[in-house]
Design a binder for this molecule. Sequence first.
Ligand code: R5P
Length: 295
Amino acid sequence: MKPILLALPGTGALASGLAQHLSCEVGSLEIHRFPDGESCPRLPPGLARRDVVLLASLDHPDRKLVGLYLTACVARELGARSIGLVAPYLPYMRQDAVFVPGQGITARHVAAMLSGCVDWLVTVDPHLHRFRSLSDLYPIPSLVVPAAPEIARWIRAKVAHPLLVGPDQESEQWVAQVASEVGCGYTILDKVRSGDQQVTVSVPGTLALDGCTPVLIDDIASTGRTMRAAVLKLKAAGSLAPVCIAVHALFCGDAFAELGTAGADCVVSCNSVEHVSNLIDLSAPLAAAVRRMLP
Ligand code: R5P
């Protein structure tokens, strides 16, 4: 029997793209929210012995994780043969250390919660920094889909003479991959973050722009302060208006608008999180990964 895809709220166009590439059935999933805030998922009939694929966009995760957890538990209760999770944006990955005494490594706890309710996980470019591999956190089988090939395809089609720029050391893992696919150069800036909204970026050495269009690439744009600081720094160094690309477009508050005000030429993202900037579609590589995970 074909697998059945259940899309949690907020997955937007990605759900239909994924279903089309997988040529699977799409089941109706309703998550009722009671006036007191509790969630009550209602799953479609006929899940017994089916392979269920849950698609969840986990930006603003605290509002969504309980609904997802309960949906997976109910699918199990209804007799699903296997339950997989496609979470194109995997939250809490930046909480990978005790930054201040009294905190915990919450990345571990979210990983334990999700690993306890699904059988496998597919995600896109998780923020791996102090943990080197997803399997260091998630004991269930998992696959990471790199966004680099799709980002590179977009750059090749849209930017004539790109120079890729990573705003901080952590971004080098993604920027280097995209640069090698595009066949262009890249440079990495230095970043110091002193608070949620306080970011300074500096250029190590000299910046050889050579008339190229800077293309800033980061895995996550949240407050947008990292990208904004990098845009301002590049503009101050005399660059053309930078193109900004985020894999996961969280864009809290006025972050998106602020990038335009800072002088970005355009802001583009992958559709791992539904946002007006989504111009890079990941449904095909996600479907390929799901096919590898299904029993
Ligand atoms: C952290 O190192 C990440 O790669 C991003 O640079 C960071 O999450 C961006 O956050 P914000 O948009 O809040 O500056």
